[in-house]
Design a protein around this ligand. Structure first.
Ligand code: KIV
Ligand code: ZN
Length: 389
C-alpha cells in the first residue's frame, strides 16, 4: 500500500498569534520556532513581515536560526508586501512566500469591489512577483471554502502556471462540511490540468468545530499539506489543531499517510505554547488537554483497569502526556477506589472496600474530586473502626 507524506505547515506564529492576547515578541517567537523545528514540522509560518517592524524582525531572526524546516512569510497580493516578505526571509535556508487574495464572490465584491477576471489577474501577478524573489511560492485563495469551484479551478491553474509551488485552499470561515471540503479538493485534482506541478494545502478554520475533519477529508481527496497550529489556536474559533491531525494520521495508518512530526513531543510543545502565549488549553482538548487521559466514571474505570485499551485509543506516552489518571468522584466505582488506595499503600479485601465505599460516596457527594488526603482519612477511619477493644 502506498504511504504518502503529508507536509505539516505550522502557522502558530502567524494565524495563532493573531488571537487577541497571544502576541509574541521576537525572543518568544524564536523559542517557539525552535520547538516547532524540533517537533518535526516541515514549514514554519513565522509571521506577516509587512504588518509591523517587530514582526519583520521576528521573521528575519527566525530565518537566520531555523535550518531543518522551511520558513514562510505571509503577504497580501501587493508588490510591497511581497518585497518586504522576501527581505525578511533573505537569510532563510528554505524561504517561502505565502501570497494570495480573496476569491469568493463575497470577498471580490465586498472587500475589493472588483471582478472575477481582475482578481485572477492580481493573483497571477502576485505569484510572478514572488517567484522573481524566491523559488518556493505558496498561493492562498482566501475564502476558497465559499468560492465557486469552477472559478477556483481557473485561478489555481493560472497561479500554478505563473509559478506557484503550493496552492492553499482555505476554508477561511470554517463553513464547509467535511464531504464538501473533500469534494472541493477532489474537484481541483480532477479539473486543474497542471495540478501535478503543485502541492495542494488545506487551511481550515474551526468555526463549526470541523477544522480537523475537513483537513483530513482534504488529504483523503488529494491534498498533501495541512496548515495547523499548536492547541488549535487561531482567528475566532481557531485553526486546525496540529496535534489532532498528526494523531489522526498516525492512528489511522490504514489511510496510507504519514507526517514527520515526533508525536512524543506534542504535549511538551503544547504546554510551552500555552505558557508563552498565556492561553490555557481546555481540559477536554483532544491529545493535549489535562483530561485527555483521565477516567472518572465507574464503568470506564473498571474496564480501563482490566485492560487500558477498553477506554484509551492512544498510549499517553506516545504523545508525551504524563500518563493515564484514575480520578475519584461520586461517579467512580469500587475498582477505582481500591486501585487508588492500593497506590498509597493500602491493600484492602473486597469486603473492606464495600464498607469504605459507602463512606467514600458520602465524602464524594460533597466535593468535585476526592483527593489523596481524603483517601488517607477514609482508610485510617476504617482501620480504626476494625480495631477490637
Ligand atoms: O484563513 C485564511 O484564509 C488565512 C489566509 C491568509 C491563508 O489565514
Ligand atoms: Zn487562517
Amino acid at each position: 500500500m502506498s504511504n504518502h507524506k503529508v507536509h505539516i505547515f505550522d502557522t502558530t506564529l502567524r494565524d495563532g498569534e493573531q488571537v487577541p492576547g497571544c502576541k509574541l515578541n521576537t525572543k518568544e517567537k524564536i523559542e517557539l520556532a525552535l520547538a516547532l523545528e524540533d517537533l518535526g514540522v516541515d514549514i514554519i509560518e513565522a509571521g506577516f513581515p509587512i504588518s509591523s517592524p517587530g514582526d519583520f524582525h521576528s521573521v528575519e531572526e527566525i530565518s537566520r536560526i531555523i535550518r531543518n524546516a522551511s520558513v514562510c512569510g505571509l503577504s497580501r497580493a501587493v508588490k510591497k508586501d511581497i518585497e518586504v516578505a522576501a527581505e525578511a526571509l533573505k537569510h532563510a535556508k528554505r524561504p517561502r512566500i505565502h501570497t494570495g487574495i480573496g476569491t469568493s464572490d463575497l470577498h471580490i465584491k465586498a472587500k475589493f469591489n472588483s471582478t472575477r477576471e481582475e482578481i485572477l489577474e492580481r493573483a497571477v501577478q502576485a505569484v510572478k512577483w514572488a517567484r522573481n524573489l524566491v523559488e518556493d511560492v505558496e498561493f492562498y485563495a482566501e475564502d476558497a471554502g465559499r468560492t465557486d469551484n469552477e472559478y477556483l479551478a481557473r485561478v489555481i491553474e493560472a497561479v500554478i502556471r505563473a509559478g506557484a509551488t503550493v496552492v492553499n485552499i482555505p476554508d477561511t470561515t470554517g463553513y464547509c462540511l467535511p464531504h464538501q471540503y473533500g469534494e472541493k479538493i477532489g474537484y481541483l485534482v480532477n479539473h486543474v490540468n497542471n495540478i501535478d506541478k503543485a502541492i495542494i494545502s488545506c487551511h481550515c478554520h474551526n468555526d463549526l468545530g470541523l477544522a480537523t475533519a475537513n483537513s483530513i477529508s482534504g488529504v483523503i481527496a488529494g491534498a498533501r499539506q495541512i496548515e495547523c497550529t499548536i492547541n488549535g489556536l487561531g482567528e475566532r474559533a481557531g485553526n486546525t489543531s496540529l496535534e489532532e491531525v498528526v494523531m489522526v494520521i498516525k492512528q489511522h495508518a490504514d489511510l496510507g499517510f504519514h507526517t514527520r512530526v515526533n508525536s512524543q513531543k506534542l504535549n511538551p510543545v503544547s504546554r510551552l505554547v500555552a505558557e508563552t502565549m498565556r492561553m490555557p488549553v481546555q481540559p477536554n482538548k483532544a491529545i493535549v488537554g489535562s483530561n485527555a487521559f483521565s477516567h472518572s466514571s465507574g464503568i470506564h474505570q473498571d474496564g480501563f483497569l482490566k485492560d487500558s485499551l477498553t477506554y484509551e485509543i492512544i498510549n499517553p506516552e506516545e504523545v508525551g502526556a504524563d500518563g493515564s489518571k484514575i480520578v475519584l468522584t461520586a461517579r467512580s466505582g469500587r475498582s477505582a477506589l481500591a486501585h487508588r488506595l492500593h497506590k498509597i499503600g493500602y491493600s484492602f479485601t473486597r469486603n473492606d472496600i464495600d464498607t469504605i465505599y459507602g463512606k467514600f460516596l458520602q465524602v464524594a457527594d460533597t466535593k468535585k474530586e476526592v483527593n489523596e488526603e481524603d483517601l488517607q482519612n477514609l482508610a485510617k477511619a476504617y482501620l480504626a473502626s476494625t480495631v477490637e477493644v
